[in-house]
Design a protein around this ligand. Sequence first.
Ligand code: RIB
Length: 279
Amino acid sequence: NLIMKSAQTIGVLVPNLGNPFFSMFIRGVQQTSRDRHFIPLIFGANHDEKLESYYLQELIKRAVDGLIIASASITGEAIDNILKKNGIPYLLIDQNGGPSVDRVRIDDQQGGQLAAQHLVALGHQRIAVVMPEHPTQNLLIRLDGFRKQLAELGVQLASTAVVTAAMTKLGGYQATSAVLAQKPTAVFAINDETALGLIRGLHEQGLRVPEDISVLGYDDIDLDEYVVPKLSTIHQPVVTMGQQATTLLINRIQDQRQPEQLVNLPVELRDRESTGPVK
Ligand code: RIB
């Protein structure tokens, strides 16, 4: 019998399909979906709130069995009105820090701490951070971990040292002169794409990474090992995040009454070539 009672579909909303971080996430979603005989419907809404709620509505019309929401612009209100009202199981993750029964948590506080420890161990004291002007909750926690660890190690992060940029390669590239104005010896870019754009910009200014300036990223996207210099970063287990989010969601779809499920995933430093000792 080819006709199933439920269509066995889950909807997945991510902010930006162009970022390998989210394509790696989706790889994990697909693997687990296939194992559990579900099909994911995937949308990237590029931070466009209207588009996101459009996709949300359409997915519900098509009787999707559950949703994984990684994009932040879906507000608590939309979730209450659309998802809760219709009794649709969902899981919020990554940029969407809103409340959901089941959670896959990645330790952003620890990620920020590891970043600070690494740069300070290399002797850096003048450090700049590049991050978006309106950061999501996970990024704020990342920054908090970074700042607190620096303070514990006796290093102050000047308020001017937080340079704002869109969290993309172009954003990182365009932030180059604002970063250099801070005269840092090291930069913590809030994600790898930003770091890669910045490294391009620094190269065009005649600066060598890491000899003149160190750049540390965050995520560990697959590109990191193919650029020159290889990018040092904080690894997020993003494929596992996708697998675990899918596992928890499908468990929930299959048994709405089970107790809440929580998975904690660790982050790790990947010490490659773009960070080095202070001159
Ligand atoms: O590259 C995308 C970034 O935004 C990642 O650091 C991820 O955690 C997300 O919030």
